[in-house]
Design a protein around this ligand. Structure first.
Ligand SMILES: [Mg+2]
Length: 203
């Protein structure tokens, strides 16, 4: 297995990976009357159109507020800048909406690193844990999915990475998915220091 620092195609989850986690999924389920054990996007996709539209509108408004208040996760900006400086391709794969992902990236000051087609939102591919979004990134970059690194803070990210044949990296305090993770770091800062110790932490 090639080392992480030799990888050139990096896909990141957004919320809770590049930003500090703020989504309260229990609250979202409560507001939208979605049972605790059900997948939020999956539940909404199965609803009659009118009901789904109302819930999507609430979710968009709620997530827009969260996006506008986004704060970068520790080391996230420095990691992205180091990867970019090393000539790596960068992508976002999120279960959030594309436009809200752009708003979030602007809020944390890295929108210049992600042109629109470097972002795959929930309406552009079957959402994670399905690997479709990773396959789309690989196709856009013209590389095999096995070349990709998938970085995320949730089992969905790692499952999608595994299913695509990508290298998987968990970032977070406690890795509940060790079997799905090729690597695990406490945060983006620890990941950057492990792979690019020479890159400055500035920015
Ligand atoms: Mg996340």
């Amino acid at each position: 297995m090639r080392s992480l620092s030799a990888r050139r195609h990096w896909v990141f989850d957004l919320d809770g990976t590049l930003t500090r986690a703020v989504h309260d999924f229990a609250l979202i389920r409560r507001e939208l009357a979605i049972p605790a054990e059900q997948d939020i996007l999956g539940h909404m996709a199965a609803l009659p159109a009118a009901q789904a539209a109302a819930k999507r509108a609430w979710l968009m408004a709620h997530e827009r507020e969260l996006a506008a208040a986004s704060v970068p996760a520790p080391g996230a900006v420095a990691l992205l800048r180091a990867l970019h400086a090393a000539g790596c391709q960068l992508g976002i794969l999120t279960r959030n909406d594309h436009a809200l992902a752009q708003l979030t990236l602007a809020e944390i000051g890295v929108q210049d690193l992600f042109p629109p087609q470097a972002i795959v939102g929930r309406d552009e591919a079957v959402p994670k844990p399905h690997p479709a979004g990773l396959l789309l990134h690989a196709a856009r970059w013209g590389v095999a999915p096995g070349e990709l690194v998938m970085v995320g803070d949730h089992g969905y990210d790692l499952e999608a990475g595994r299913a695509a044949g990508a290298m998987t990296v968990f970032v977070g305090a406690t890795n509940a998915w060790p079997a799905l993770s090729d690597h695990a770091y406490a945060d983006c800062e620890a990941l950057r220091q492990a792979c690019w110790p020479e890159a400055t932490a500035a920015g």
